[in-house]
Each structure stands twice: as structure tokens, then as C-alpha cells.
Design a protein around this ligand. Structure first.
Ligand SMILES: [Zn+2]
Length: 164
């Protein structure tokens, strides 16, 4: 069978060291959420993640279901990217699930809940060309974790026209 034509596919290359480091960072911050900015290149439908920018600790407010960072950190991430000759292309954050939460929700434990961004995640995206990484951290037994990361591509925000 012929492969379907997918003209809107984005080809993403990732520096695996960055992601491994972020997954380790996320585990250290568990059960709170953790986040970083994605730094790399983008040309047409080709995007690469080369580096991460971690916001300063004083700019962060994190709980086990939210992560907020001062807006100034977006500018700092942009500056950091420019110094490296790269661009700010997105962000990545963790979705941590504690053992007790998995115990009461078997679908989480079995991995049926995967890496999808939440409604807040979609609403908070910085632009239509923004890449979102979600690192799922599941405490499958006390002190033992399953961690994996997936990326989501650009979307176009919709504003409902109530007069139509
Ligand atoms: Zn999220």
C-alpha cells in the first residue's frame, strides 16, 4: 500500500542528551511539575531541538498539577538562544503522577493516559509555531518511575465568532 501523503508533517530532530537531562531533572522535582524552554532551529517543516533553557528557581511556582514562570524568562530564553545562534522554539514540562494516584486510576497505571497536553497547556502556548514537549513521569511502584517524552506540533488557536 502506498504511504499516505502528509504535507503538513513536521520533521523533528532531538538532541537525546537534552531530553535525558530533562527527564532526570523532572524526576528530581517530582511530585512537582518541572519545565524548560526548547532551543534549536526551525526551517520550513524541519525543526531541531539542540539545547534547553531552565528558568531560574526564583521565577518558578510549581505544584504537582501546575507550573508557572515569570514572563521575563521567555525573553531570557530568547537571549540565551541568540547567543548560541539558535532560536526559542517551544517548551517542555512534566506531567507527574504519584503512586497513590495511579493506584486509584488503573488506566493511568496501564499507560492509557499518555502525553497529551491539558486544556491549560494548549491555551498557554506562546505562538502557532510553538513546539510542546510533555514528559510523562509515572511512579509505578514507590520510588520506581516510568518516564517518557513526546512532542506536539504547532496548532492554530480558534476564537469563536459569536455573531456568526
Ligand atoms: Zn501540562
Amino acid at each position: 500500500m502506498a504511504k499516505p501523503n502528509k504535507p503538513y508533517t513536521i520533521s523533528l530532530s532531538v538532541n537525546p542528551t537534552c531530553i535525558k537531562q530533562f527527564e532526570k531533572h523532572g524526576k528530581e522535582k517530582f511530585p512537582n511539575e518541572a519545565a524548560a524552554f526548547l532551543i534549536g532551529t526551525s526551517k520550513g517543516h524541519s525543526i531541531s531541538i539542540e539545547e534547553l533553557y531552565y528558568p531560574s528557581i526564583s521565577s518558578i511556582k510549581a505544584t504537582n498539577s501546575s507550573f508557572e514562570v515569570d514572563y521575563s524568562e521567555e525573553d531570557n530564553a530568547k537571549k540565551y538562544a541568540e547567543e548560541l545562534g539558535l532560536k526559542l522554539i517551544g517548551d517542555i514540562h512534566t506531567h507527574p503522577w504519584e503512586f497513590w494516584q495511579l493506584k486509584v486510576n488503573k488506566s493511568l497505571l496501564l499507560g492509557e493516559v499518555a502525553h497529551q497536553p491539558s486544556e491549560t497547556d494548549w491555551n498557554d502556548r506562546y505562538g502557532i509555531d510553538w513546539i510542546t514537549g510533555i514528559t510523562l513521569i509515572r511512579e509505578v511502584r514507590r520510588g520506581s518511575f516510568k518516564i517518557s517524552t513526546r512532542f506536539w506540533g504547532p496548532t492554530i488557536p480558534i476564537i469563536l465568532n459569536k455573531n456568526a
